[in-house]
Structures are given as structure tokens and as C-alpha cells.
Write a protein that binds this ligand. Sequence first.
Ligand SMILES: Cc1cc2nc3c(=O)[nH]c(=O)nc-3n(C[C@H](O)[C@H](O)[C@H](O)COP(=O)(O)O)c2cc1C
Length: 352
Amino acid sequence: MSEMTVRRHVAPPLPHVDLSTKLAGVTFPNPVFTASGCAAAGQELDQFFDVTDLGGVVTKSIMLAPRSGRPTPRMAETPSGMLNSIGLQGPGIDAFLEKDLSWLADRGARAVVSIAGGSVDDYTKLAQKLRGRPGLTMVEVNISCPNVEDRGQVFACDPVAAAAVVQAVRRNTAPGIPVFAKLSPDVTDIVAIARACVDAGADGLSVINTLLGMTIDTTTMRPALAGITGGLSGPAIRPVAVRCVWQVHQALPDVPVLGMGGIRTGLDALEFVLAGASAVSVGTTVFGDPTAPMRVLYELAHALAERGIDRLSDAVGLAHRPPVAYVPEEPDPVGDELPVVRTPVGFEEERA
Ligand SMILES: Cc1cc2nc3c(=O)[nH]c(=O)nc-3n(C[C@H](O)[C@H](O)[C@H](O)COP(=O)(O)O)c2cc1C
């Protein structure tokens, strides 16, 4: 087999913007992370750029035991998106700790370990296994999993079940390691689930996981995925994701949000920040462009600089500021002044 040489991307200098972000007391140098399941544990991406340049590496959700996942086909393209039904294929927590987390720790990357289970007990054991492990910076709890003890009802769709998982993980995770609950958009009231998770001890929220979808192959006249339904991701879901981040930030403005869903560019990432995300994950885009997370970081920094914003934290939730109030002025005797419109958020004045 011929060896492929991959040229590593060297990040161009960033503009002078303070990109650091604080998630539940932990400071990250910048707000761009990978998304769970879209970059394994970062080794492959490290061929393309230095993964320690990212805010954090979110690993694929790991379960207690190894799993081979669902039958193929597991992926289908859709307009501006993709459907997947991988079924949480993975090596199990012990092999993950030995190979993947230790690699991330040796590399000096900030590892955000995503965990998934079929019962509260599974999540408890996973959190216990992670406790005290070098390299662990944060835990993301994937609650979009069927609860085997409740007829396969997805934890993320039931506030009581979601809270039970979060409480178990928080209790078994070392203090100082933030626990983020990852919310599903497939609910009537995402704020109710967000509140239940926060009340149960979540230090922050990851928003959003994929949306349940399906597609039918009109040639075979059967579902395109062997698993029949799958998770929809990519730009097609971005407006749903931005809406969810907006609603969660509006209801719980002090709770940090890691936003994701169809981010392809720095301006997409900025949308999430303006809606209330303190950091973002870049997922599906990485399959077509492995350098996307670094590009998004670079573009986001420039987008902030171009808007005269020199600290990322000043932009978090900025779209929630009250509508610009029109302040009519006394008629200008000279007649060459435009009316002044004031905003309450630090931009001294905007001219209408
Ligand atoms: C192939 C694939 C695998 C995924 N695996 C996981 C996973 O293991 N755990 C998880 O919480 N989310 C998983 N996700 C969801 C992503 O982390 C992300 O929340 C979602 O895809 C929206 O972001 P995106 O549109 O940028 O991909 C997966 C998504 C894709 C496309």
C-alpha cells in the first residue's frame, strides 16, 4: 500500500482578538472544538493541523463495552446535510482510556470526553472510570440514547430521565471537571429539558445533537439506511440549532452553552455565539474538509475584529440585546446631521 503524505496546515496569524472562553470555571484558549463522532479522538485530524490549537477535542461517545454499531449502509446524503445511523460503534471505555485519552493527554490536547449509556448505571460507571484520568478537561453527556429500562425511551426527551443521568455523572465526576449535558432538538420544549439538566447539576449544555430523519431510496424503494431512521446533521439543521441555542440562552443566561449544528464557516460560528454560545463544535463539515475547525477559528477571529469586537466574551449572546431604540432628535438647524440611534451594549452609537 502506498503511503499518503498529508501536508500539515500551519495556522496563519490571528488578529488581536481575545478568543479565550470560560466554560464553567475552565478557561479554554479559543472557542472552537470538534463535535462528538465527527473526528474520532483527534488522531486523524492531527495529520492536518495541530489539535492542541483547538479549544478542545470532543471525542466520539464512548460506552462501557465495545460495540460494532448498526449494519450498513449507515450514511446517506440529503440536501445540505447528511443522515447517519452509526449506532455508537466504539472500542469500549477501557480501550478508549488506554489508547485514545492517553494519546490526547500526551499530545497536550484538551479532551472533552463524550459518554453514552443505556441506563443510569452505565453512565455512573463511565464517570467513575474517567475520574482522575490525566488529560480529561470536561465531560459531555450524550443523553440521546435509548433507556433500556424504560422501553427504549430516549433520555434526552424526558426531563426526569435526563436529570437522573446528569445527576449520576455529576456526582461521580471530580469537582473542577465541567459536566455538559448534550441536548436533543427532537423535543417539544428544549428549555424544559435544559432546566432539568441544570437543576440536576449540569455545569453547561451542548446544543444540539442530530435531528431524527429518514430518507427512502426511490430506486430500491426501501429506506436508504439499514437502521431506517438516522440523525440529520450539517447546514440543513443550522437554523434549528441556532433557535435552540437562542432559547436556552434566553431562559438560562448564566449557563455556558457549547453550540453546534451545521457550522461550516466563521460567520456560522458567529451566529451561534451571538445566539448565546460560549464555544462551538464543528462536526459534519470535517468529513469534507478536515482543516475546517482551524479555518472556522481563523474566520471567526476575523469576523469579530471586523465588527470592532476585541473579546469573544463580549459577543456571547449579543443578538439578545434589546432592539435598537430610535431616538428622534431636535431638528438640526444646520441640517447635515443624521439621527442618532443608541444601543445599550457598548457600541457607542449607530447611525441610522
Ligand atoms: C457521523 C456522525 C456521528 C456522530 N456521533 C455522535 C456521537 O457519538 N455522540 C454525540 O453526542 N453526537 C454525535 N454526532 C452529532 C454531532 O456531534 C453534532 O451534534 C451534530 O452532528 C450537529 O453538528 P454538525 O451539523 O456540525 O455535524 C454525530 C454526528 C455525525 C454526523
